[in-house]
Design a protein around this ligand. Structure first.
Ligand SMILES: CC(C)(COP(=O)(O)OP(=O)(O)OC[C@H]1O[C@@H](n2cnc3c(N)ncnc32)[C@H](O)[C@@H]1OP(=O)(O)O)[C@@H](O)C(=O)NCCC(=O)NCCS
Length: 173
């Protein structure tokens, strides 16, 4: 049994186990606090019956005009809780929030080698909109896919017409 709830400051002391995952970025405290304060509707957790955080999503709404969109900054589910539809539930919640805010689309960046996550996003209707070269710094740097899903406000689905050429990180709005 799990339930979806708002992520709170106290949860920052409970999410270590989820963040041990190598594909889950860990940021400084102020980064999480900023998201909680500015975009509380976009920061949700999945809790088990013991009150442990077993997954969460952190995102925001940003952009101007037809670029007004929901963005997934971080999504992760603890290994023992995967393939139970929890990531899909968190993504649906973020999409509903973005619909309420009249966003045109939802987007996210994912490592091109993160096949599981790419499959998951594709299963939810996301497409690769463009490739961003050397988006993830490391040794070596790694490219990202910028994946998108159009929302109901994008009637003509203009936001999900894939770009033909890759872009550099400095070219992203
Ligand atoms: C990617 C991740 C969030 C998926 O979480 P999850 O709760 O297991 O995903 P769901 O159970 O909601 O999966 C929904 C659908 O996505 C697809 N999917 C999910 N995991 C998959 C996998 N390992 N292989 C293939 N397809 C997968 C399936 O179609 C699945 O539906 P199904 O189980 O009915 O076949 C999880 O594996 C994770 O936390 N990974 C590490 C962190 C990460 O990579 N985050 C994304 C960074 S952008």
């Amino acid at each position: 049994m799990t339930s979806l709830k708002p992520f709170t400051c106290a949860d920052l002391f409970k999410f270590n186990k989820v963040n041990f995952d190598p594909l889950t970025e860990t940021y400084g405290l102020s980064f999480y606090m900023t998201y909680m304060a500015r975009w509380p509707d976009y920061f949700k957790k999945i809790e088990n019956t013991k009150g442990e955080v077993v997954g969460y999503i952190m995102g925001k709404a940003e952009g101007m005009g037809e670029n007004w969109h929901g963005h997934v900054t971080c999504l992760t589910v603890a290994e023992q809780y995967r393939r139970q539809g929890l990531a899909a539930k968190l993504m649906r919640n973020l999409e509903e929030t973005s619909e309420h805010k009249r966003c045109y689309f939802v987007d996210l960046f994912v490592r091109v080698t993160n096949c599981k996550a790419i499959r998951m996003y594709e299963s939810l209707g996301y497409i690769v909109y463009r490739t961003v070269l050397d988006y993830y710094s490391g040794d070596p740097d790694e490219n990202a896919y910028d994946m998108r899903k159009a929302l109901s406000r994008d009637v003509h689905r203009k936001s999900v017409i894939p770009l033909k050429h890759p872009v550099r990180p400095e070219e992203i709005e």
